[in-house]
Write a protein of this length. Sequence first.
Length: 309
Amino acid sequence: MRRRTRIPPAPLPQRQGVDPVRVRLPAEGPWATVRDHLVERLSGAGAGVVDGMFDAGRIVGVDGAAVSADAPFVPGMFVWFHRELPEEVPVPFPLRIVYHDEHIVVVDKPHFLATTPRGSHVAETALARLRRELGIPTLGAAHRLDRLTAGLVLFTVRPEERGAYQTLFRDRLVRKEYEAIAPYDASLALPRTVRSRIVKERGSLTAVEVPGEPNAVSRIELLAHRGGLGRYRLVPGTGQTHQLRVHMNALGLPILGDPLYPVVTAPVPAGDFRDPLQLLARKLEFTDPVTGAAHRFRSTRTLAAWPGQ
């Protein structure tokens, strides 16, 4: 049996709640120096950027000491550095803490706030915000909620317990319930369970339904309707990317404010928070794998397209 490589602790502190980037050099390759490998690996940044990081002593080894640009390539070596944080427009909505104990933190996330650092959303994410506000650098996400979706997200306090909570989501032991506002169709028989095969290719903005064995299951219920709109309860049985949005669109009920389904629209300018996706992670229920407690959480947010909830 192949022994897993122990990952050493980061020698650099977090910056604005964001972890340093960790790179492990490959087991073999044609590179003579650490610089040669990083220039190729980080080709999108440009050789000048990588050289500047070496010159400034910003690339460090396991002991925290700066790695020189001419340091020889060592297979399996770890290095760390902080990425340049992008300019981000703050999301001007509160991140509400629903529950907090020594093991977990449950928050009610606003629309437009990413769960974890990714792409152009780094410091202005739920995870980075919580680490700064709560002073818990070890905080990690047990699952993710789309940036455009509001509602409940579970974070873990202790890294050694994170796997137990992530396993709950992997094994579908968490009951998740969403609400959405979409067009009302009197001819559509609801409730119903939608089953299909959903695939999202790397680099594609949207997921698509394709022939084959279903890998996505959603329960769709109508809660109320008025003025040509419906308020829907959505219960996912699986966790495919954009699953609920794809299934609602396939029924002819695209969720209001969706920039991807049925058609991809032009990106809105940074700082434009006027048209949130009308999708909310309303409920989260599970048995705590560490304490055995039965947890039932409910979002108190409302969807703007359905006032008076």
